[in-house]
Every structure is written in C-alpha cells, then in structure tokens.
Design a protein around this ligand. Structure first.
Ligand SMILES: C[S@@+](CC[C@H](N)C(=O)[O-])C[C@H]1O[C@@H](n2cnc3c(N)ncnc32)[C@H](O)[C@@H]1O
Length: 269
C-alpha cells in the first residue's frame, strides 16, 4: 500500500531564530530596542539585523573566552586615557554634584572614580567581568570605599528600593543598555527626591544630516564590537521625556568622527 510521505517542516528563511518567548534573552525583542529611533525597528526586522542581534545577545553562545567583552575591556583600558583628556574639564565641573550614596551604571574600567571626591558610599553595576580587575585596581588607587556588583544595572535595580541613592552616575552607558527609557525611569525611581543623575554620553546626530546617516550605517558594527552600543541613540530626548523635575544638559562635539555629538549634564528627581 502506498503511504504519503510525512509533510516537510516549513522552510526557514535567513538565520534561524529560536521561537519568541523561549528563554529570557533568546529572542529578538518584540518591541523596538530603542523605540525613540526607527532605525532599530528596521534593524531587528531584517535577517542581517537578527544575525547581528544574536551575535550581541546572550542567545548566541558568547565568543570563545568572552572575546568581544575581553576586547572591549582592553580597548577601554588602552584607549580610555585619550578620550578622558577630551572630557576631563567637563567631568571636573560635573562630578562635584556626586554626593552621598552613589550608584555608577556601567563603570567600565573606572575612569570616573578619581572625580568622585564627595562620595560616602559607592556601588558600581558592571556586567563585563573583564572590566573588573581594572575597576578594582582604580577603586584601590583612589581610596574609595565601594562595592562592585558584576551584574547589569537592570538586574541590580530590579530589587532596589525606591530612593536608595543620592546620585546616579552614567558615562557612555546609556548607549549600551537595551532600553534606555526604561533604564532612565528606573534610575529616577531609585534616586531620592532632589537626587541627581549625572550623565556624559555620545548621542545621535540631528536627523537628516550626513552624520546621522553615517551613524545608522555603522550601527551594526558598533552593536557587535562595542557590546551593544548604539551610536544614533537619542539620549537627551529620552532624559527630557522621563519625568525628572529639572534637566540641565549641554550639547557639544568632540573630534571623534561618527561619535562626535555628546551631551553632558544632570537630571534631578
Ligand atoms: C562604553 S563602556 C563605558 C564605561 C565607562 N562608563 C566609561 O565612561 O568609560 C559601557 C559600559 O557599560 C557596561 N554596560 C553595558 N550594558 C550594561 C547594563 N545593562 N548595565 C550596566 N552596565 C552595562 C559595559 O559593560 C561597559 O563597561
């Protein structure tokens, strides 16, 4: 008797993705990664975008020996001093606002520690374990009392009570978190009333400019190599929109090609 062959599974196009909802970080997010900017909507919808997302995300086994994270830590340690010379004056003006109990988000190799002189207690959320030796050494060098939590800020702050910190510091960090607006709302929640978020970030260029187009074009590369960094993120707009009582941000440029546009300043709860 002739039996019909079993039906073939539907053919998958492009890179294979696990089904949505499987695992916590396994799938391309259903919401745009940065709702404030349409590029990411387009980006995650395309196959090469999915591949890049998987390359960055925990969904894909990380590179052997954590190569990308290791490389970023090395690059921040080696290339950081040049960048620091460009922003030193701004940091000197900004960080006297850091008082009392301070949380730093994405502390990296610790370039801000030497400016944090008015701090009584310091907590850093830094998920890249290859940054930690540099960070610990810098903490020691600066004689700062503090705890380094090897976790993402999202994980750390999920169980942090409201108004737990006097100051939150974030430099070159909001470009890397997956949901900047969500992170800003969380920061606002964990700041005491009157407490300040201190920021220094590279940001997206004005829409419609050549620089903006360039930032969009290089985004996948940055995403892969710089641990999820989005050069075209609209951070100033996200800060303005998330309900702080007062916001003071300066816009300026550094001679850094596609990541020239920067903001520096504070937002008060
Ligand atoms: C470009 S580095 C900047 C480091 C440092 N703040 C500086 O100014 O040199 C971005 C840092 O944010 C960290 N980071 C990325 N995602 C994070 C998250 N969700 N929570 C906390 N830190 C994060 C990275 O591990 C990295 O150390």
């Amino acid at each position: 008797m002739h039996r019909a062959p079993p039906p073939m599974p539907p053919k998958q196009r492009g890179c294979r993705l696990p089904p949505r909802g499987v695992g916590d970080t396994c799938c391309v997010p259903s919401a745009p990664i940065d709702a404030a900017h349409p590029f990411h909507t387009t980006f995650v919808r395309r196959d090469w975008g999915k591949a890049a997302f998987l390359w960055h995300s925990e969904a894909m086994p990380s590179t052997p020996y954590g190569l990308r994270k290791r490389l970023l830590a090395w690059a921040m340690a080696k290339g950081g001093p040049r960048y620091e010379r460009l922003v030193e004056d701004r940091k000197r003006q900004l960080f006297p606002h850091a008082q009392g109990r301070v949380l730093e988000i994405g502390a990296g190799v610790g370039p801000n520690l030497r400016f944090l002189t008015g701090v009584t207690e310091y907590v850093a959320a830094e998920p890249n374990r290859f940054m930690l030796p540099y960070l610990q050494a810098e903490l020691k060098r600066c004689g700062l009392q503090g705890a380094v939590i090897p976790q993402s800020a999202e994980a750390l702050l999920a169980n942090t009570p409201e108004a737990a910190f006097d100051t939150v510091v974030c430099t070159l960090g909001l470009c890397s978190v997956s949901d900047a607006s969500g992170m800003l709302r969380t920061i606002r929640r964990v700041l005491r009333p009157g407490g300040k978020l201190l920021l220094l970030e590279h940001v997206g260029a004005e829409t419609g400019t050549g620089l903006c187009a360039c930032q969009v074009a290089i985004s996948p590369l940055f995403w892969c190599l710089a641990d999820g960094c989005k050069p075209n993120r609209r951070t100033a707009q996200a800060v303005e929109a998330c309900g702080f009582a007062r916001v003071q941000l300066d816009e300026f440029r550094l001679p850094l090609g596609p990541i020239a546009p920067h903001i520096c300043g504070w937002a008060e709860r």
